[in-house]
Write a protein that binds this ligand. Sequence first.
Ligand code: HEM
Length: 324
Amino acid sequence: MATLNLFSVFIIYFAIVLRFVNSQGLEVGFYKKTCPNVEKIVKKAVVDYVSIAPTLAAPLLRMHFHDCFVRGCDGSVLLNSTKSNQAEKDAIANLSLRGFQVIDAAKSALEKQCLGVVSCADILALVARDAVSLINGPTWQVPLGRRDGRVSILSEATTNLPTPFDNFTTLKTRFGSLGLSVKDLVVLSGGHTLGVSHCFSFGSRMYNFTGKGDMDPNMDQKYIAQLKTKCKPNDVTTTVEMDPGSFKTFDTDYYNLVSKRRGLFVSDATLLTNKQTKDYVLAQLSSRGSTFFEDFGVSMVNMGKIGVLTDKSGEIRKKCAFIN
Ligand code: HEM
Protein backbone atom coordinates (compact mmCIF):
# COMPACT_ATOMS: atom_id res chain seq x y z
CA MET A 1 0.00 0.00 0.00
CA ALA A 2 2.79 2.34 1.02
CA THR A 3 4.55 1.53 -2.27
CA LEU A 4 1.36 2.28 -4.22
CA ASN A 5 0.97 5.66 -2.51
CA LEU A 6 4.56 6.53 -3.18
CA PHE A 7 4.01 5.51 -6.80
CA SER A 8 0.93 7.79 -7.10
CA VAL A 9 2.84 10.71 -5.60
CA PHE A 10 5.59 10.05 -8.11
CA ILE A 11 3.13 10.05 -11.03
CA ILE A 12 1.40 13.24 -9.87
CA TYR A 13 4.74 14.92 -9.36
CA PHE A 14 5.78 14.11 -12.93
CA ALA A 15 2.43 15.20 -14.34
CA ILE A 16 2.89 18.59 -12.65
CA VAL A 17 6.47 18.91 -13.80
CA LEU A 18 5.51 18.03 -17.38
CA ARG A 19 2.69 20.54 -17.31
CA PHE A 20 5.07 23.42 -16.60
CA VAL A 21 8.27 22.40 -18.28
CA ASN A 22 8.47 23.02 -22.00
CA SER A 23 10.11 20.73 -24.46
CA GLN A 24 13.29 22.80 -24.39
CA GLY A 25 13.41 22.85 -20.61
CA LEU A 26 12.07 26.37 -20.14
CA GLU A 27 9.67 26.81 -17.28
CA VAL A 28 7.23 29.46 -16.12
CA GLY A 29 8.46 30.40 -12.64
CA PHE A 30 11.99 29.14 -13.29
CA TYR A 31 13.45 31.69 -10.83
CA LYS A 32 10.80 31.13 -8.13
CA LYS A 33 13.42 30.09 -5.57
CA THR A 34 16.52 31.83 -6.89
CA CYS A 35 15.09 35.25 -7.76
CA PRO A 36 11.43 35.44 -6.77
CA ASN A 37 10.99 39.11 -7.74
CA VAL A 38 12.43 38.78 -11.22
CA GLU A 39 9.20 39.67 -13.02
CA LYS A 40 8.50 42.68 -10.79
CA ILE A 41 12.03 44.01 -11.22
CA VAL A 42 11.98 43.70 -15.00
CA LYS A 43 8.53 45.24 -15.23
CA LYS A 44 9.63 48.21 -13.18
CA ALA A 45 12.50 48.91 -15.59
CA VAL A 46 10.11 48.69 -18.56
CA VAL A 47 7.54 50.97 -16.93
CA ASP A 48 10.26 53.48 -15.94
CA TYR A 49 11.40 53.87 -19.53
CA VAL A 50 8.47 52.98 -21.80
CA SER A 51 5.88 55.07 -19.99
CA ILE A 52 8.09 58.11 -20.66
CA ALA A 53 9.06 57.04 -24.20
CA PRO A 54 6.33 54.74 -25.58
CA THR A 55 8.07 54.48 -28.97
CA LEU A 56 10.67 52.28 -27.25
CA ALA A 57 8.20 49.39 -27.05
CA ALA A 58 8.55 48.66 -30.78
CA PRO A 59 12.33 48.25 -30.93
CA LEU A 60 12.27 46.24 -27.67
CA LEU A 61 9.82 43.77 -29.19
CA ARG A 62 11.86 43.64 -32.38
CA MET A 63 15.06 43.07 -30.35
CA HIS A 64 13.72 39.80 -28.92
CA PHE A 65 12.70 38.68 -32.43
CA HIS A 66 16.15 39.52 -33.83
CA ASP A 67 17.79 37.74 -30.90
CA CYS A 68 15.80 34.55 -31.40
CA PHE A 69 16.27 34.32 -35.17
CA VAL A 70 20.06 34.39 -34.93
CA ARG A 71 21.62 31.53 -32.89
CA GLY A 72 18.41 31.20 -30.87
CA CYS A 73 17.14 33.32 -27.98
CA ASP A 74 20.53 33.56 -26.27
CA GLY A 75 21.00 37.30 -25.82
CA SER A 76 23.57 37.35 -28.64
CA VAL A 77 21.93 40.46 -30.13
CA LEU A 78 22.93 42.37 -26.98
CA LEU A 79 26.68 41.76 -27.27
CA ASN A 80 28.98 44.55 -28.32
CA SER A 81 31.53 44.12 -31.07
CA THR A 82 35.15 43.68 -30.05
CA LYS A 83 38.38 44.58 -31.84
CA SER A 84 38.52 41.15 -33.41
CA ASN A 85 34.81 40.50 -33.96
CA GLN A 86 31.86 42.39 -35.40
CA ALA A 87 28.71 41.37 -33.55
CA GLU A 88 25.07 40.91 -34.63
CA LYS A 89 24.38 44.40 -33.31
CA ASP A 90 26.36 45.86 -36.23
CA ALA A 91 24.31 44.19 -38.96
CA ILE A 92 22.31 46.74 -40.97
CA ALA A 93 18.99 45.27 -39.82
CA ASN A 94 20.06 45.79 -36.21
CA LEU A 95 21.33 49.35 -36.50
CA SER A 96 17.84 50.73 -35.84
CA LEU A 97 17.35 48.69 -32.66
CA ARG A 98 17.00 50.90 -29.59
CA GLY A 99 16.29 50.44 -25.92
CA PHE A 100 19.46 48.66 -24.80
CA GLN A 101 19.40 50.94 -21.73
CA VAL A 102 16.16 49.28 -20.60
CA ILE A 103 17.80 45.84 -20.67
CA ASP A 104 20.81 47.23 -18.79
CA ALA A 105 18.60 48.88 -16.16
CA ALA A 106 16.71 45.63 -15.58
CA LYS A 107 19.97 43.68 -15.43
CA SER A 108 21.65 45.94 -12.88
CA ALA A 109 18.54 45.97 -10.67
CA LEU A 110 18.46 42.18 -10.85
CA GLU A 111 22.15 41.82 -10.04
CA LYS A 112 21.54 43.78 -6.83
CA GLN A 113 18.90 41.31 -5.65
CA CYS A 114 20.04 38.04 -7.20
CA LEU A 115 23.67 38.17 -8.24
CA GLY A 116 24.53 36.13 -11.32
CA VAL A 117 21.17 34.40 -11.57
CA VAL A 118 18.99 35.84 -14.36
CA SER A 119 20.18 35.63 -17.96
CA CYS A 120 20.07 38.54 -20.38
CA ALA A 121 18.18 36.31 -22.83
CA ASP A 122 15.40 35.87 -20.26
CA ILE A 123 15.38 39.59 -19.49
CA LEU A 124 14.85 40.27 -23.19
CA ALA A 125 11.91 37.85 -23.38
CA LEU A 126 10.28 39.48 -20.33
CA VAL A 127 10.98 43.02 -21.53
CA ALA A 128 9.36 42.28 -24.91
CA ARG A 129 6.25 40.95 -23.15
CA ASP A 130 6.04 43.86 -20.69
CA ALA A 131 6.65 46.49 -23.38
CA VAL A 132 3.79 45.12 -25.50
CA SER A 133 1.35 44.88 -22.61
CA LEU A 134 2.20 48.37 -21.39
CA ILE A 135 1.03 49.89 -24.67
CA ASN A 136 -2.38 48.19 -24.61
CA GLY A 137 -1.25 44.87 -26.05
CA PRO A 138 -1.82 41.37 -24.71
CA THR A 139 0.13 39.73 -21.93
CA TRP A 140 1.27 36.15 -21.62
CA GLN A 141 3.29 33.91 -19.34
CA VAL A 142 6.94 33.71 -20.32
CA PRO A 143 8.69 30.37 -19.82
CA LEU A 144 12.17 31.14 -18.44
CA GLY A 145 15.50 29.40 -17.94
CA ARG A 146 17.43 30.54 -21.02
CA ARG A 147 21.17 31.01 -20.64
CA ASP A 148 23.33 33.49 -22.49
CA GLY A 149 25.45 32.66 -25.50
CA ARG A 150 29.08 33.61 -25.87
CA VAL A 151 29.08 34.15 -29.63
CA SER A 152 27.67 36.95 -31.78
CA ILE A 153 28.62 37.31 -35.44
CA LEU A 154 27.49 40.08 -37.77
CA SER A 155 27.26 37.87 -40.88
CA GLU A 156 24.91 35.43 -39.13
CA ALA A 157 22.43 38.25 -38.56
CA THR A 158 22.68 39.28 -42.21
CA THR A 159 22.02 35.73 -43.36
CA ASN A 160 19.36 34.65 -40.91
CA LEU A 161 17.09 37.64 -40.40
CA PRO A 162 14.15 37.83 -42.78
CA THR A 163 14.34 40.75 -45.21
CA PRO A 164 11.47 43.09 -46.10
CA PHE A 165 11.75 41.80 -49.68
CA ASP A 166 11.17 38.14 -48.79
CA ASN A 167 8.26 36.39 -50.49
CA PHE A 168 5.96 33.87 -48.85
CA THR A 169 8.03 30.78 -49.73
CA THR A 170 11.19 32.31 -48.30
CA LEU A 171 9.44 33.41 -45.11
CA LYS A 172 7.79 30.03 -44.67
CA THR A 173 11.17 28.33 -45.04
CA ARG A 174 12.91 30.74 -42.67
CA PHE A 175 10.24 30.40 -39.98
CA GLY A 176 9.86 26.65 -40.57
CA SER A 177 13.58 25.99 -40.16
CA LEU A 178 13.32 27.49 -36.68
CA GLY A 179 10.29 25.41 -35.73
CA LEU A 180 7.73 28.16 -36.34
CA SER A 181 4.55 27.57 -38.33
CA VAL A 182 2.81 29.55 -41.05
CA LYS A 183 0.35 30.63 -38.39
CA ASP A 184 3.22 31.95 -36.25
CA LEU A 185 4.40 33.89 -39.33
CA VAL A 186 1.09 35.65 -39.93
CA VAL A 187 0.51 36.26 -36.22
CA LEU A 188 3.98 37.59 -35.41
CA SER A 189 3.93 39.81 -38.49
CA GLY A 190 1.15 41.58 -36.59
CA GLY A 191 4.00 43.11 -34.55
CA HIS A 192 4.10 45.61 -37.42
CA THR A 193 1.16 47.37 -35.79
CA LEU A 194 3.98 49.07 -33.88
CA GLY A 195 6.81 51.33 -34.79
CA VAL A 196 8.40 52.90 -37.78
CA SER A 197 10.32 51.91 -40.87
CA HIS A 198 13.03 53.66 -42.81
CA CYS A 199 12.05 54.57 -46.36
CA PHE A 200 14.84 52.37 -47.73
CA SER A 201 13.16 49.24 -46.36
CA PHE A 202 10.37 49.62 -48.94
CA GLY A 203 11.85 52.22 -51.33
CA SER A 204 11.97 49.93 -54.33
CA ARG A 205 8.22 49.32 -54.07
CA MET A 206 7.69 53.03 -54.72
CA TYR A 207 10.44 53.87 -57.16
CA ASN A 208 12.04 50.90 -58.84
CA PHE A 209 10.21 47.64 -58.34
CA THR A 210 11.55 45.67 -61.29
CA GLY A 211 14.50 47.90 -62.15
CA LYS A 212 12.45 49.94 -64.64
CA GLY A 213 11.46 52.84 -62.41
CA ASP A 214 8.09 51.20 -61.74
CA MET A 215 5.91 50.74 -58.64
CA ASP A 216 4.85 47.49 -56.94
CA PRO A 217 1.42 46.62 -58.40
CA ASN A 218 0.63 44.77 -55.14
CA MET A 219 0.62 47.99 -53.14
CA ASP A 220 -2.26 50.47 -53.11
CA GLN A 221 -1.16 52.99 -55.73
CA LYS A 222 -2.77 55.92 -53.89
CA TYR A 223 -0.89 54.91 -50.76
CA ILE A 224 2.35 54.84 -52.74
CA ALA A 225 1.65 58.41 -53.90
CA GLN A 226 1.23 59.49 -50.26
CA LEU A 227 4.38 57.68 -49.17
CA LYS A 228 6.36 59.32 -51.97
CA THR A 229 5.67 62.71 -50.45
CA LYS A 230 7.55 61.55 -47.34
CA CYS A 231 10.20 59.33 -48.88
CA LYS A 232 12.31 60.75 -51.67
CA PRO A 233 14.24 58.38 -53.99
CA ASN A 234 17.26 56.83 -52.21
CA ASP A 235 16.24 58.43 -48.91
CA VAL A 236 18.27 56.78 -46.15
CA THR A 237 17.22 58.85 -43.15
CA THR A 238 13.44 59.39 -43.09
CA THR A 239 11.16 57.02 -41.19
CA VAL A 240 7.41 56.53 -41.56
CA GLU A 241 4.86 55.04 -39.20
CA MET A 242 4.00 51.46 -40.11
CA ASP A 243 0.48 51.75 -38.68
CA PRO A 244 -0.21 55.44 -39.31
CA GLY A 245 -2.04 57.14 -36.46
CA SER A 246 -1.51 54.38 -33.88
CA PHE A 247 2.10 53.29 -34.23
CA LYS A 248 2.62 53.67 -30.48
CA THR A 249 -0.16 51.30 -29.45
CA PHE A 250 -0.55 47.61 -29.96
CA ASP A 251 -3.80 46.91 -31.78
CA THR A 252 -5.26 44.87 -34.64
CA ASP A 253 -4.84 47.53 -37.34
CA TYR A 254 -2.05 45.64 -39.06
CA TYR A 255 -4.53 43.23 -40.62
CA ASN A 256 -6.70 46.10 -41.91
CA LEU A 257 -3.62 47.64 -43.50
CA VAL A 258 -2.45 44.41 -45.13
CA SER A 259 -5.92 43.68 -46.48
CA LYS A 260 -6.01 47.18 -48.02
CA ARG A 261 -2.58 46.51 -49.60
CA ARG A 262 -1.04 49.13 -47.34
CA GLY A 263 1.50 46.96 -45.55
CA LEU A 264 4.88 48.61 -46.13
CA PHE A 265 6.97 45.58 -46.99
CA VAL A 266 6.82 42.89 -49.65
CA SER A 267 6.93 40.52 -46.64
CA ASP A 268 3.65 42.06 -45.38
CA ALA A 269 1.97 42.05 -48.80
CA THR A 270 2.97 38.45 -49.40
CA LEU A 271 0.63 37.32 -46.62
CA LEU A 272 -2.18 37.80 -49.15
CA THR A 273 -0.55 35.34 -51.58
CA ASN A 274 -1.09 32.21 -49.50
CA LYS A 275 -4.50 30.83 -48.61
CA GLN A 276 -3.80 30.17 -44.92
CA THR A 277 -2.26 33.55 -44.20
CA LYS A 278 -4.81 35.41 -46.31
CA ASP A 279 -7.65 33.65 -44.48
CA TYR A 280 -6.10 34.72 -41.17
CA VAL A 281 -5.76 38.34 -42.29
CA LEU A 282 -9.38 38.43 -43.46
CA ALA A 283 -10.68 36.63 -40.38
CA GLN A 284 -9.02 39.20 -38.09
CA LEU A 285 -10.41 41.95 -40.27
CA SER A 286 -13.99 40.74 -40.20
CA SER A 287 -13.93 39.89 -36.48
CA ARG A 288 -12.04 43.04 -35.43
CA GLY A 289 -9.06 40.98 -34.41
CA SER A 290 -11.00 38.59 -32.21
CA THR A 291 -8.16 36.10 -31.71
CA PHE A 292 -5.07 38.17 -32.53
CA PHE A 293 -4.13 39.13 -28.97
CA GLU A 294 -4.35 35.58 -27.69
CA ASP A 295 -2.60 34.19 -30.78
CA PHE A 296 0.19 36.73 -30.38
CA GLY A 297 1.00 35.53 -26.86
CA VAL A 298 1.08 31.90 -28.04
CA SER A 299 3.36 32.69 -30.99
CA MET A 300 5.68 34.83 -28.86
CA VAL A 301 6.12 31.88 -26.51
CA ASN A 302 6.86 29.66 -29.54
CA MET A 303 9.39 32.17 -30.85
CA GLY A 304 10.97 32.43 -27.40
CA LYS A 305 11.86 28.73 -27.48
CA ILE A 306 14.04 28.89 -30.58
CA GLY A 307 17.48 27.37 -30.02
CA VAL A 308 17.65 28.18 -26.34
CA LEU A 309 20.66 27.32 -24.21
CA THR A 310 19.66 25.69 -20.92
CA ASP A 311 21.12 23.72 -18.06
CA LYS A 312 24.91 23.91 -18.18
CA SER A 313 25.35 25.40 -21.63
CA GLY A 314 26.21 29.07 -22.08
CA GLU A 315 26.56 31.38 -19.10
CA ILE A 316 24.74 34.00 -17.05
CA ARG A 317 26.32 37.22 -18.24
CA LYS A 318 27.29 39.82 -15.67
CA LYS A 319 26.69 42.63 -18.15
CA CYS A 320 24.44 42.08 -21.13
CA ALA A 321 26.76 43.73 -23.65
CA PHE A 322 29.80 41.60 -22.75
CA ILE A 323 30.60 37.94 -22.32
CA ASN A 324 31.97 37.13 -18.86
C1 HEM B 1 8.17 38.30 -41.08
C2 HEM B 1 9.37 38.79 -41.25
C3 HEM B 1 9.74 40.20 -40.87
C4 HEM B 1 10.36 41.10 -41.65
C5 HEM B 1 10.84 40.88 -43.07
C6 HEM B 1 10.49 42.32 -40.90
C7 HEM B 1 11.08 43.47 -41.35
C8 HEM B 1 11.10 44.67 -40.69
C9 HEM B 1 11.68 45.89 -41.20
C10 HEM B 1 12.39 46.03 -42.55
C11 HEM B 1 11.45 46.87 -40.30
C12 HEM B 1 11.83 48.35 -40.42
C13 HEM B 1 13.27 48.55 -40.10
C14 HEM B 1 13.72 49.94 -40.48
O1 HEM B 1 13.63 50.30 -41.64
O2 HEM B 1 14.14 50.69 -39.57
C15 HEM B 1 10.73 46.28 -39.21
C16 HEM B 1 10.32 46.95 -38.10
C17 HEM B 1 9.70 46.35 -37.02
N1 HEM B 1 9.45 45.00 -36.88
FE1 HEM B 1 9.63 43.58 -38.30
N2 HEM B 1 9.93 42.14 -39.68
C18 HEM B 1 9.47 40.85 -39.60
C19 HEM B 1 8.89 40.25 -38.50
C20 HEM B 1 8.73 40.86 -37.29
C21 HEM B 1 8.36 40.18 -36.08
C22 HEM B 1 8.20 38.68 -35.94
C23 HEM B 1 8.25 41.14 -35.11
C24 HEM B 1 7.90 40.97 -33.67
C25 HEM B 1 7.08 40.07 -33.22
C26 HEM B 1 8.55 42.41 -35.73
C27 HEM B 1 8.50 43.62 -35.09
C28 HEM B 1 8.87 44.82 -35.66
C29 HEM B 1 8.70 46.09 -35.01
C30 HEM B 1 8.03 46.32 -33.67
C31 HEM B 1 9.24 47.06 -35.86
C32 HEM B 1 9.33 48.58 -35.61
C33 HEM B 1 10.66 48.90 -34.96
C34 HEM B 1 10.85 50.36 -34.54
O3 HEM B 1 9.93 51.15 -34.52
O4 HEM B 1 12.01 50.68 -34.21
N3 HEM B 1 8.86 42.20 -37.04
N4 HEM B 1 10.53 44.93 -39.46
